[in-house]
Design a protein around this ligand. Structure first.
Ligand code: PLP
Length: 395
């Protein structure tokens, strides 16, 4: 069996979650908008899911809009808030390390006259709250900053940034908490957020289900028309099974969060120690303010994509820090923003642990991964092929 170390990409569906969802995929198939008993049963389950998700982030059920995932929730929240606020201003402040679901959404808004200001980050990928504060002008309507980064696992000082944003009347604060939700406590009041986004498949829930928290009284313009569902904020027949799955998965994740994060932090540190012992391997992201199961690194003189492929052949599922677009490998915008030159960023590798990761898997991974990285260093390969430096066998 392969060892799955890509939990930041997605997680397996938890058996208890599947069990809770099954009735709504089989006999309880009613449309939540129907008035008969089938519909009422679906409505009750849907209302209950809103309530259960809301409670665990310190919100009210009516403040939760369920969507088809994190990407849709971010599109709805950001575009919805931008268009609703257009009469007051057109400036949006964000960071240079956001997920494309935020970055590309804001880029799209630029085409319609919005001005998007990207804050720089430090070597560890952190935004300076004072810089965020300074970037807000009287034309600013929205600040969008992620809680934890998907590539390097760095956690932003969101509560501090939230306090700065709140000093400016009428400016909304939107937070992408997709990666953070499985691992960090989310209390919308303590974080000072107006909009917050989560996605079920990152915490052992179903894929294609997400939630947008929208502070009561926050006005957004709906982005799809056709029905009055989700209190007129998201038209379309609701995914009842998905909503139930998200609620159960989140409830379980929150209940076990303290224990899970402690365990996976310890396992990640063990794997990290084994891998960083390799010459040229270097941790990326913040050394302490990072997600517990998130190990991101750069192997100097390696090609991350080649390392990930080799690891796959050796039974380890990992991911690279770069995205392949039409044949060419683009280096990560996150590492670029953190100041890594292109040749270093190409060596990025991401290993992410989850609740289901075992001691035995980490022991095995600690044995397999270091020699793979070491053997794939371009320099190491060249030296091995030509130990006396006579130019033999080096193309
Ligand atoms: N935001 C972050 C930080 C993510 O990591 C992801 C998914 O990887 C998303 C947003 C998008 O979520 P979804 O896959 O549910 O559309």
């Amino acid at each position: 069996m392969a060892i799955y170390l890509d939990h930041a990409a997605t997680t397996p569906l938890r058996p208890e979650v599947l069990e809770a969802m099954l009735p709504f995929l089989t006999e309880a198939y009613g449309n939540a908008s129907s008035v008969h008993s089938f519909g009422r049963k679906a409505r009750a389950a849907l209302d209950d899911a809103h309530e259960r998700i809301a409670t665990r982030i310190g919100a009210e059920a009516r403040e939760i809009v369920l969507t088809s995932g994190g990407t849709e929730a971010l599109n709805l929240g950001l575009k919805g808030a931008a268009w609703a606020g257009k009469a007051h201003g057109h400036r949006i402040v964000t960071s240079s390390v956001e997920h494309h679901a935020v970055g590309h959404t804001l880029k799209h808004l630029e085409k319609f006259g919005f001005e998007v200001v990207e804050l720089p980050v430090d070597r560890y990928g952190r935004v300076d709250p004072d810089q965020a504060d300074a970037a807000i002008t009287d034309k600013t309507i929205l600040v969008a900053i992620m809680l934890a980064n998907n590539e390097v696992g760095t956690i932003q000082p969101i509560a501090e940034i939230g306090r700065r944003v709140k000093k400016h009347r009428g400016v909304l604060f939107a937070v992408d908490a997709v990666q953070a939700a499985p691992h960090l406590e989310l209390d919308v009041a303590a974080l000072g957020v107006d909009l917050l986004v989560m996605s079920a498949h990152k915490f052992e829930g179903p894929k294609g289900v997400g939630a947008l928290y929208l502070r009561h009284g926050t006005h957004i313009l709906a982005q799809q028309q056709g029905g009055a569902q989700e209190r007129h904020r998201r038209g379309g027949t609701e995914n009842v099974a998905g909503a139930v799955g998200m609620a159960v998965a989140f409830e379980l994740a929150v209940a076990e969060r303290a224990e899970t994060t402690k365990r996976i932090r310890r396992l990640r540190e063990r794997l990290q120690k084994a891998i960083l012992a390799v010459d040229g391997a270097e941790l990326t992201g913040h050394p302490k303010e990072r997600l517990p199961g998130h190990l991101s690194l750069i192997g100097r003189d390696t090609d991350g994509a080649a390392v990930a492929m080799n690891l796959d052949l050796n039974g380890i599922a990992s991911s690279v820090g770069s995205a392949c677009t039409s044949g060419s490998t683009e280096v990560s915008h996150v590492l670029s923003a953190m100041g890594y030159p292109e040749e270093e960023a190409r060596g990025a590798l991401r290993l992410t642990l989850g609740r289901t990761t075992t001691e035995a898997e980490i022991e095995e991974a600690s044995r397999i991964i270091p020699p793979v990285i070491a053997s794939m260093r371009i320099g190491a390969a060249a030296v091995a092929a030509d130990p006396l430096g006579q130019g033999v066998g080096v193309a």
